[in-house]
Design a protein around this ligand. Structure first.
Ligand code: SF4
Ligand code: SF4
Ligand code: SF4
Length: 276
């Protein structure tokens, strides 16, 4: 699975950086080339009735599991960045899966939030506080946008002194404090949850994750543990950001697996494979 993991990392880096730059670039140039990354986000595609995009995401999930969550969604990739920092400091997740009662509570919460999200959408209530792309785009534009503008203006000043017009100064307007506070608070909560339990936001809060999880339950290809080769070392479970591997039972909860391929990459016995 190492090659699949490398491919996942490359796709995630491209979509995350491309989307972020297209959100911040006020010239519109990046948007011309990379604006499609915003159009392939699940909820915006549903709201714009982009049937083919929605079907493509559902088909990819049916074929390969929640690859959307590991390669396309910027909020999921943010959580992986936090997890990367956690690993840098040598912290691994526990090798045991979520206890049954905790898992049941998570399931009730995630279905409840999905119902609230869908009903809220039909009633015309603001849904942005739960919608992954909305959360990320708001945070990028309100928190990184002013920094991006200041960086541009510093370059414009430097270019002007050198007699170049490669950069043009723009007026930077700070977003309202309350919007910045909401964005920063949401990101802080997300980061704290990711530090604590990896993709717990994705598997408890996010309505898109709940929908895709149900499709992934019957996905054609999935991670599998070969009991004949497994020595129950628990390395895969400690590497799993979704806490969905039960080594003792040799089972993987496909509704929570975000198709990151990290587990197979750490299994030195070749016991964890991605197959049908
Ligand atoms: S579960 Fe939601 S927040 Fe997490 S990666 Fe998937 S779409 Fe994004
Ligand atoms: S890392 Fe491999 S050998 Fe170790 S518990 Fe997981 S599947 Fe079994
Ligand atoms: S079981 Fe866990 S580590 Fe393996 S692909 Fe799924 S989420 Fe990643």
């Amino acid at each position: 699975m190492r090659k699949l993991r490398l491919l996942r990392l490359l796709l995630a880096a491209f979509s995350f950086l491309g989307l972020t730059v297209s959100l911040l670039d006020f010239t519109g140039t990046a948007g011309d080339y990379l604006g499609w990354l915003a159009q392939i986000q699940f909820v915006p595609a549903v709201l714009s009735l982009s049937l083919w995009t929605v079907l493509a995401i559902l088909a990819a999930t049916f074929l390969f599991g929640r690859v959307y969550c590991s390669t396309v969604c910027p909020l999921g990739i943010c959580q992986d960045l936090v997890g990367f920092v956690r690993r840098l400091f040598g912290f691994r997740f526990p090798s045991s899966p979520l206890p049954g009662a905790v898992k049941t509570v998570h399931d009730v919460v995630r279905v409840g939030l999905l119902v609230v999200f869908v009903c809220g959408g039909f009633l015309g209530l603001h849904y942005g506080w739960l919608e992954p792309y909305g959360i990320y785009s708001r945070a990028a534009q309100t928190l990184l946008g002013p920094l991006w503008g200041m960086g541009n203006n510093a370059l414009a000043e430097w270019a002007a002194r050198s007699g170049s017009s490669a950069f043009v100064a723009v007026e930077t307007v700070a977003p309202p404090v309350c919007v910045m506070a909401v964005s920063a608070g949401t990101l802080a909560l997300l980061a704290a949850m990711a530090l604590w339990r990896g993709r717990v936001w994705c598997n408890t809060v996010c309505p898109v994750g709940t929908v895709l999880g149900q499709v992934a339950r019957v996905s054609l290809t999935k991670p599998k543990i070969d009991a004949a080769k497994c020595v129950m070392c628990g390395l895969c479970a400690r590497a799993c950001k979704a806490h969905c591997i039960d080594v003792e039972k040799g089972k993987i909860d496909l509704t929570r697996c975000v198709a990151c391929f990290d587990c197979g990459a750490v299994c030195g016995k070749g016991a964890l494979t991605w197959s049908n």
